[in-house]
Ligand binder design. Structure first.
Ligand code: SAM
Length: 156
């Protein structure tokens, strides 16, 4: 299974890139993290936030392969424990197919896109900068995978 992270935002600061790489490189080939960066839509006075999110949604959908389960990252999404995330990883591996985690841009994710997602999850109830979300998500995916392997990285 591939764990695709479709993230609006590019040209991230070096500390975000190296933080993300630090965790994504630890994942094994059978559970690889693949980052797909999406260039944000240019903001201008004539575009509302809704228009921007709809345009970004089209760009997001263009990078998600068909038959992929979609997990939207949203501060109003479901709270998951790391153990629950690791159980989900196991279920997804048994079901087969890839999983795409989607991180929105400065205005967030299009409302209809979120309704259609297989699952909406939050990392915390705080609003986080989108670059930081990809780093925390990569760390949590590594942690969740390490639990499935009884690897000592995660201590209860
Ligand atoms: C700066 S936030 C956008 C905030 C926007 N007001 C909204 O309602 O989503 C950019 C993206 O980061 C992700 N994000 C921010 N905080 C999050 C959190 N606590 N949990 C999960 N995802 C979060 C979401 O994907 C969001 O679309």
């Amino acid at each position: 299974m591939q764990l695709i992270i479709a993230a609006v935002g590019h040209k991230m600061p070096t500390w975000i890139e190296s933080g993300f790489r630090e965790y994504s490189k630890r994942m094994p080939a059978e559970c690889r993290i693949v980052l797909k960066e999406i260039k944000p839509v240019e903001r201008s006075g004539s575009k509302t936030a809704q228009t921007v999110m709809a345009l970004e949604r089209a760009k997001i959908e263009a990078v998600i392969p068909k038959q992929t389960r979609i997990v939207a990252l949203d501060e109003h999404g479901k709270d998951l424990t790391t153990m629950q995330l690791s159980q989900l990883l196991t279920e997804w591996q048994q079901e087969g197919g890839d999983t795409c985690f989607v991180i929105g841009g400065a205005d967030g994710l299009d409302a209809e896109f979120k309704v259609r997602a297989t699952l909406k999850i939050r990392i915390s109830s705080l609003t986080l900068p989108h670059g930081m979300v990809r780093v925390i998500l990569a760390e949590q995916l590594y942690r969740a995978w390490s639990i499935t392997q009884n690897h000592p990285y995660h201590r209860v």
